[in-house]
Write a protein that binds this ligand. Structure first.
Ligand SMILES: [Zn+2]
Length: 140
């Protein structure tokens, strides 16, 4: 799902990557993100591998409601340019010990454990505008 993808992009490509929009169903996802270059085949492979590794780790997906200011203080990922209410839902993807791979503002809903997801595969990575790239991926 998209939280794993964004976190993987940040780990593999650049920690500065920000999401610019998304379109998600159960079987496929599409996210737009700010990035200054076309992803290399190696980067795409690493992103896929990392997402699949996290799926296999059976991480918990936990939703917590909190004031916007608190979520910002935690450094939760938010969509660039989006407006948020005063109380927001933040989804944490974490292991049993509470070590977090991802924390992100989102309306959800989502699976409660990454083990419910299929095998993640990037189908397409393309430019949609100057400095903005789009990834289309599936969970099969
Ligand atoms: Zn989400």
């Amino acid at each position: 799902m998209h939280h794993l993808l964004l976190a993987a992009l940040q780990e593999v490509v650049s920690k500065d990557i920000k999401q610019r929009g998304s379109n998600i169903t159960e079987e496929r996802l599409r996210i737009d993100f700010m990035c200054d270059h076309k992803l290399t085949d190696e980067e795409k492979k690493k992103v896929e591998d990392l997402v699949n590794e996290k799926i296999k780790e059976h991480l918990n997906v936990v939703r917590r409601e909190m004031p916007l200011a608190e979520a910002e203080k935690l450094g939760a990922q938010m969509e660039f340019g989006a407006k948020y209410p005063e109380v927001v839902s933040v989804y944490f993807i974490e292991d049993e010990k509470g070590s977090q791979f991802s924390k992100e503002f989102c309306g959800g809903p989502h699976v409660s454990n990454t083990s419910e997801l299929g095998h993640f595969k990037i189908q397409k990575e393309e430019a949609v505008a100057q400095g903005i790239r789009r990834i289309k991926a599936i969970l099969e």
